[in-house]
Design a protein around this ligand. Structure first.
Ligand code: AMP
Ligand code: MG
Length: 340
């Protein structure tokens, strides 16, 4: 169906309007502190199908289910490990998604056919308010077309979803800017499937062992079953060919200047713009992973708007939120990293 997509503030009236649409089986663009989501009633298989259709998302890539209060977790899961409750206590509401055995109430459309369900409680109050007005949990992947950079403001959602959805709630710029941390929980151990705003260091403060899945830093080969289906897909990509250059700033500028040509751009840390002879877009200081996470996706979108054909990118430091930045950037680069 072709919609006349409206962008509205998350006022009490507009939250009611969004909830009415969601209750009637429609999908809506919503703000969270990570990235914008494309939301549907997590229990309504027909509404869930509309998400996959609007995004062009592969059917086996499961969705994250969002809750407003801890009590709502009980109806979604068939088991609630103690470690998960401790993590929820420490990091919810916030950018942490945990994987649980699913209850019968959750349809397989939502979980991509898996017997597990991914759940998180978003920190942005408007997102939780919407869920409580609805009275049901919202399944919401990022509100971009599949494969494109995730949206971090309402205009990005509009760009990708115009005509495909009736409504976008505009909550301003997303504070974190990259998707949530995804983990599976075991007694005294968590397994990190996707790094995000809740860092390895933060998880370590609650559980003794944090195991980082191979797919976080490396390409998952086609013949291996990914622990998290989303790992195996090309992701977060601008139209340009992105190549990460791993080395010092001096080595980076020498390499880029040697390869300068029409359509060649540089993705650099803030303050480094003058180091190269091609147009350079900054997205955060070298030692500030949180700022890089906040700026990465909008800068990747801007590179498209500027007509970039080749983008040489500085290599993020893989610590703290920087690990999430590196994880997204190597996927945007299709794993092309050149060691200088
Ligand atoms: P997105 O909704 O676009 O942020 O992507 C959700 C991510 O969570 C994808 O990488 C999924 O593969 C992952 N995910 C969701 N549910 C599960 C699950 N039950 N088991 C493993 N990974 C999951
Ligand atoms: Mg996504």
């Amino acid at each position: 169906m072709e919609f006349d997509t409206s962008i509205v503030p998350p006022s009490p009236q507009q939250l009611e309007r969004a909830a009415a649409l969601l209750k009637s089986g429609e999908i809506v663009g919503i703000p969270t502190e990570t990235v914008y989501g494309l939301a549907a009633n997590a229990y309504d298989p027909e509404a869930i199908k509309k998400i996959f259709l609007a995004k062009g998302r592969p059917q086996d890539n499961p969705l994250i289910v969002h809750i407003d209060i801890l009590e709502r977790l009980n109806e979604l899961v068939s088991e609630l490990p103690k470690t998960a409750l401790r993590l929820a206590d420490a990091f919810w509401p916030g950018p942490l998604t945990m994987i649980f055995p699913k209850s019968e109430k959750v349809p397989y459309e939502t979980t991509g056919g898996l017997d597990t369900v991914a759940v998180r409680m978003p920190a942005l109050p408007a997102a939780r308010e919407l869920i409580s007005v609805c009275g049901f949990p919202l399944a919401a992947p990022s509100a971009n077309l599949s494969g494109r950079p995730s949206p971090t403001c309402a205009a990005h959602v509009y760009h990708d979803m115009k005509g495909k959805i009736p409504l976008i709630l505009d909550g301003g710029e997303c504070e974190v800017g990259v998707e949530s941390t995804v983990i599976s929980v075991h007694p005294d151990q968590v397994h990190l499937l996707r790094p995000g705003g809740v860092t390895v260091e933060m998880l370590h403060s609650i559980v003794p062992t944090v195991e980082i899945d191979d797919g976080v830093l490396h390409r998952v080969s086609d013949n291996v079953k990914a622990a998290s289906p989303g790992m195996k897909y090309k992701h977060y990509s601008p139209k340009a060919d992105v190549i990460i250059l791993d080395g010092s700033l001096e080595q980076f500028s020498a390499y880029v200047n040697e390869h300068a040509a029409d359509g060649v751009f540089a993705l650099v840390f803030t303050g480094e713009e003058q180091a190269v002879s091609v147009p350079a877009l900054p997205y955060g200081r070298i030692d500030d992973g949180a700022a890089q996470a906040h700026g990465l996706f909008s800068t990747l979108r801007e590179l498209d708007e500027r007509g970039a054909k080749i983008v040489f990118a500085r290599c993020p430091v893989k610590k703290g939120v920087g690990l999430a930045v590196y994880n997204r950037l190597i996927r945007a680069a299709g794993f092309q990293v050149i060691s200088l």
